[in-house]
Each structure stands twice: as structure tokens, then as C-alpha cells.
Design a protein around this ligand. Structure first.
Ligand SMILES: Cc1cc2nc3c(=O)[nH]c(=O)nc-3n(C[C@H](O)[C@H](O)[C@H](O)COP(=O)(O)O)c2cc1C
Length: 245
């Protein structure tokens, strides 16, 4: 697919490699590079359910996979992260130190539901909504300008507004899967047209001008991204919450 796509398209094709352990990654990474991919995204899709595997061991797995793949290919390598590290910031920093070229925030693990009539675990396609951008948005805004790496946003891009928000937080790239699954690949044009209109109306001259303009390091009050803001919100709405019991 990568080789066909690379030949057919004028845009760079990026390979995506998913796995759990260290085995098998290297061969495929090399094959993806040889097929013409201009970059590679690694997704260590492992839900850490083993009671005896420590957080240090889980984190080391990501670093080991990255180090092994980086040593075997020349193209840039990005890593798609889980939002569930104790310290997303420290994990990101260590991946950058280990040579990652980009961080993709975040992987969206499949979370099962139950069908109470059939008494079965449901196997449905749970597509994302725009409400889910807040977690990646927070972390992109926090990490922007603090690490020497590209940042890509994934989850919840339903319209051009989510693309704009992610760019303003500091994303170099925004991705969308769910919207293309429901609306088809042509929907990318709608997103770009919406962005262009929005930017023209507000006299933005380039995407570069948008990028990171509302990151934590750029806003007047950086505490808006942290707990202090939560306390402020509760204080402001105290009367309302008290009345509501
Ligand atoms: C049907 C489907 C298949 C997916 N397959 C992969 C995959 O193979 N590798 C991967 O890294 N992410 C995969 N994802 C996750 C998406 O890349 C993306 O991270 C997630 O859907 C959140 O982005 P969205 O809100 O744009 O859908 C898949 C998502 C869906 C809905």
C-alpha cells in the first residue's frame, strides 16, 4: 500500500506501525522505509494490564522500541503516545532525548462497553467527537516550545474549528480518522476551506502565525492550563453549586 500510495501521490506518505513488544518492529520499519514512506509513526498499542509490570518497565518498552527502530531507518520517526503515563511531560522529554522526531498525542485506546441484553462485550466502532480534543489540546499547549520535536494532534477533529484550536495550542500537524470514516476522504477539502475562510476573516496570513499562539508559554496567564484555573472556576460558580446542593 505504501509503495502504491507513494507512487500515486504528490504528498509525502507516512507509514504507521503498531505493536506491543520489541519483536518484529525493526523488519517492518525497514520495509516501510524501503517502500517509499517519508516518515514512520510507531504506535505501542499495549494496555498495561499485567499486575507485575511496573510503570518503569512500561515506559522502557516505548524507549526500547524507539531506540531499535531509530537505529534501523533514516526517515523521521514519530511516536504515538498514550495519555495515561504518570508524567506525560517527563515521558515526552525522555522520548525526545532518545531521538524521537515527533510526538503524536494521543492514542485512543478502544474501550469496551457491555450489551446488557446479550450479556456480551460489545464490539462496536466508537468514533470520537469534538468534545474529546481537550486532553490532547492541554498537552500540546503545555509541551509546545519546551521540547525539540514536532507535535501532532489526534482525536476529535470533527470540523475546521478543532484543527484551528490544535494549531493554536502548538500542533505542527493535525490528524483525523473518525471524520474521514463517516464523511469520506473528500472531507479534507471541507476542513481546509473552513480553515482558510476563518483565517481570511480574521486576517491571519499564514498557518505559521497561528501555530502555538495560544500555547501555555504564549498566553498571558499560564495557570489557565493548570489546577489553579480549576479552583478559580469553582470559586466563580460557588453560589450556583451551593444552591444546586
Ligand atoms: C476504524 C479505526 C481504525 C484505526 N486503526 C488505527 C491503526 O491501525 N493504528 C493507529 O495508530 N491508530 C488507529 N486508529 C486510531 C486513529 O488513528 C486515531 O488516533 C483515533 O481514531 C482518534 O482520532 P480521530 O478522533 O480522528 O478518530 C484507528 C481508528 C479507527 C476509528
Amino acid at each position: 500500500m505504501i509503495s502504491d500510495a507513494s507512487e500515486a501521490l504528490d504528498i509525502p506518505v507516512i507509514g504507521s506501525l503498531n505493536g506491543v513488544t520489541n519483536a518484529g518492529w525493526i523488519d517492518y520499519a525497514k520495509k516501510i522505509q524501503d517502500a517509499g514512506a517519508k516518515a514512520l509513526e510507531l504506535n505501542v498499542y499495549a494496555v498495561a494490564t499485567d499486575l507485575d509490570e511496573s510503570s518503569v518497565e512500561v515506559e522502557q518498552r516505548y524507549l526500547d522500541v524507539l531506540t531499535a527502530v531509530k537505529a534501523s531507518v533514516d526517515i523521521p520517526v514519530a511516536m504515538k503516545l498514550s495519555p495515561y503515563f504518570s508524567s506525560v511531560a517527563n515521558m515526552s522529554k525522555r522520548l525526545v532525548e532518545a531521538g524521537v522526531d515527533g510526538l503524536v498525542l494521543f492514542n485512543r485506546f478502544y474501550q469496551p462497553d457491555y450489551d446488557l441484553d446479550a450479556l456480551q462485550v460489545t464490539a462496536d466502532l466508537n468514533l470520537s467527537t469534538a468534545n474529546e480534543i481537550r486532553l490532547p489540546l492541554l498537552w500540546i499547549a503545555v509541551l509546545k516550545n519546551r521540547l525539540e520535536t514536532s507535535l501532532a494532534a489526534t482525536t476529535g477533529v470533527e470540523t475546521h474549528l478543532e484543527v484551528l484550536k490544535y494549531l493554536m495550542a502548538g500542533a505542527d500537524v493535525t490528524m483525523t480518522a473518525s471524520s474521514l470514516i463517516t464523511k469520506g476522504p473528500g472531507y479534507v477539502t471541507t476542513l481546509i476551506d473552513g480553515m482558510t475562510r476563518w483565517m481570511e476573516e480574521r486576517e491571519y496570513e499564514s498557518v505559521e502565525q497561528l501555530k502555538g499562539s495560544m500555547s501555555q508559554s504564549a498566553v498571558a496567564d499560564p495557570s489557565t492550563f493548570e489546577r489553579a484555573n480549576y479552583i478559580k472556576i469553582l470559586e466563580k460558580n460557588k453560589a450556583e453549586y451551593t444552591l444546586a446542593g
